[in-house]
Structures are given as C-alpha cells and as structure tokens.
Design a protein around this ligand. Structure first.
Ligand code: SF4
Length: 394
C-alpha cells in the first residue's frame, strides 16, 4: 500500500489540504512552555474584539475551551458561526470537517481558521470521494443504484456531503439520524422494502439508528468495505440489504467495550451507562441511555445528586462534566485514558499563533471549500434543515 492510500497520514507528515489528513503546521509556534501563553491569547483576542469569533467543540482541551465564545457540537457551532456575519474571522477549535461546514454556512468574506491543520478526523477520512464514487458505480453495475439514497453523517468531508447533495441524499447528525433515514426511505417509497440507504461514513451510527430506532434487523444491514472488490458483497447481498453501511468508525467511540460495562455494573450496582451512538452496537445494547453529546450533557445536568454514571464519549467532555457536577459520581467508560488525538492537536500554542497572526493582519490556516462543492453540499445540508421536528444536533 502506498502512503497516499493510507486513510490517515502519520500526524505532521505530508500535506493534503483537501483531506482530513495530518499535515505540517506551517507556523512558527510559541513554545508550549511559555508561561505567558494564557495572557498572550487573552491579549490577542482583546485586540481583535468583535472581528474574531472563537468556536470550541465539546471535545477540545480545557486550555483552549476557556477562550471559546461558544461551545457545542459540530453542527451547533457551524450554525453559531453563520449567526455572526459581522465576524471577519471564525477561529474553529475543532477538526477539519467542522471548519469546512462553517465555511459552507458563512459568507465568502468571512475567513474560517483551523489553528492546526493536522486536526483532521480519522472517521471522516475513512470515506474518500473516489472510494464512494467507485462504490456508487458498483451499485449501478449490480442494478441497485436506483434504489439507494445516500445519507452522510455530519462527520464527513465537504465533498462527501456534496456527493449526497447531487445524488438525492441528505446530511444527518446523531440527533436526527432516525428522521433522516425515514426521509431517505420515503424518497423510494414506491420500491417498498427494496428501498435502500447508503450510510456514510460511520457504520455504528447507521446500524444503531436503523436497528434501534427504525426497527430494521441486523440482517437488513450489510457493511461496504471500500478496500474489497464490490465492497466485499455479492450482488444478492446488495439486493437484499436495506442499509448499506460504509466501513468507517470513530477511533475514540469504537474503543468502548461490553466487558467494561459488565465490570462497572458489578463494581457499582445502580450505575447508569450513558453512551454516544458512535459506539459499537453491542455496547449500545448494554447501555441505559444513548444519545448525542448535547443529550449526554443535558442528561447529566438533569441527573439527581448522588447518582453514578459511566459515560462513553470523548474524555475531555467527560472530565469537564465530572468537574462541573461534583454532586454526582461520573467515570469514563474505558480502562485507559483516551482522548481524540486529532481534536487534541489544537492546543494553546496553536491558538495563540493563529490569533496573533490575525492581529498582525495575516490569515493563517484558512479552510475554504470550492464553490461547486459548497453549492452541492448545501443542498444536502438544506434537506437536513428541512427535516421535521428535530434539533439537528450531533
Ligand atoms: S471523536 Fe471521533 S468522530 Fe470526533 S473528531 Fe475524533 S475521530 Fe472524528
């Protein structure tokens, strides 16, 4: 396998600005040991005033989140950015696909900055446009393409969202995946049970939603492996399937295991297990509650004092929830420390460097989506916004 075929480049090696890949940071960063970093970030932000709007994803480090004007999940942050047309600079403390979505939803005169270009997303990188187009062609050869509606999770690159836009599909978040799947099946209602969904790029969110919320069976789901000829599936398997799940996953949420759930239940009778739907199906089946990051936050906020919780999502968020709720006992649903390594690429030195560069009139690490991709991605995003009755949060 050549380096170019690897789904994720070793961080800091190589350069591919169009992908969720590790790239070199071009900047002259302040030393991480500089004792004045907090003061420098504060001063740069104050100097920029309302010209800058800093967004912080829930999975960001504390040292970064303290400078965020708003925090949230990827879709909320993109909408927050769109609601600030006066801000010249949107500094996105998150990962690459989120900055792309912010660029799509903001005006061309606003610059979206990602403080470290190595902050990609390994899940988004598991579905690359050329692979998805090959799969689409293979589905045509198998005679099923006309029955398929593509649905992509927000956690995907802009060109995958554009693919869904131009092929009658939609974007979804982990809050509205059920409604998006129902919408997609309704587009092919005349085909009855032959209607199919190609779900990108997270097989777990797709499977959990189809089985637990739409009442499909596991046998209705097949997994398309982009590294196998025809996805590793027979024509019959493709014809019989209702959910064609792309073989992608989140490296953080994929770690949580049934064993640890059993272990924690034995150690802490009465413990509540709360997980994100990017976790494996077997783990979700063993959990008490499943939902998006916003759902997890609201659940803990509403929980009774004295209750015990194990949370299966990114560790920065779990730690912040534990610190904010000392009246509840909150533990991480894994034996090991596990941060999202790419989210953690955004640290204080990168943030200081990005902000101070803006003060000097230099826009660094600008993320732009080309106009054609933007137009088609917006079609799929707009279809999501038009879905009935959900908060559109992931
Ligand atoms: S937590 Fe998972 S889905 Fe989110 S940015 Fe990290 S790898 Fe991607």
């Amino acid at each position: 396998m050549s380096l170019v075929d690897l789904p994720l480049l070793p961080l800091g090696k190589g350069r591919d600005l169009d992908a969720e890949r590790g790239v070199e940071c071009p900047g002259d960063l302040p030393a991480a040991s500089d004792p004045d970093l907090v003061e420098r970030a504060r001063a740069a932000k104050a100097a920029l005033g309302d010209r800058v709007f800093v967004l912080g994803h829930h999975y960001q480090r504390d040292e970064v989140i303290q400078f965020a004007d708003v925090t949230g999940d990827s879709f909320k942050l993109a909408r927050d950015a769109a609601a600030r047309p006066d801000a010249e600079y949107i500094v996105f403390c998150g990962v690459h696909f989120m900055a792309e979505s912010a660029d799509i939803l903001t005006s061309p005169s606003q610059a979206v900055v990602l403080p470290d270009l190595a902050a990609g997303c390994s899940m988004a990188d598991m579905a690359r446009l050329a692979q998805v187009e090959d799969a689409w062609d293979a589905m045509a050869d198998a005679g099923v393409q006309d029955s398929v509606v593509p649905v992509t999770y927000m956690n995907s690159s802009a060109d995958i969202k554009a693919f869904c836009g131009r092929n009658g599909g939609v974007v979804c978040t982990s809050s509205n995946a059920d409604v998006a799947l129902e919408w997609a099946l309704a587009q092919k209602a005349h085909l009855g049970d032959d209607a199919k969904i190609l779900f990108l790029p997270d097989q777990h969110l797709g499977r959990n939603t189809a089985v637990l919320q739409l009442g499909m069976s596991l046998d209705d789901c097949v997994v398309w492996d982009p590294r196998q000829p025809r996805g590793g599936l027979t024509v019959e398997q493709l014809r019989d399937a209702r959910m064609i799940l792309w073989k992608g996953h989140c490296s953080v949420h994929g770690r949580f295991s049934e064993d640890v759930v059993d272990e924690l239940r034995a150690q802490h009778p009465g413990i509540n297990i709360l997980v994100h739907p990017e976790c494996k199906h077997e783990v979700v089946l063993k959990a008490d509650l499943v939902g998006s990051t916003e759902f997890i936050i609201k659940t803990i906020e509403a929980a009774e004092p004295g209750t015990t919780w194990a949370i299966g999502t990114e560790l920065n968020l779990v730690k912040r929830l534990a610190d904010a709720h000392p009246d509840k006992s909150i533990v991480f649903l894994d034996r090991n420390v596990c941060y999202c390594s790419t989210m953690n690429r955004i640290d204080l030195p990168h943030l200081v460097w990005a902000l101070e560069s803006l003060v000097d009139g230099q826009v660094v690490n600008r993320i732009t989506v080309d106009p054609d991709t933007e137009r088609e991605a917006l079609v799929a995003l707009q279809r999501m916004l038009d879905l009935p009755g959900k908060s559109h949060r992931d």
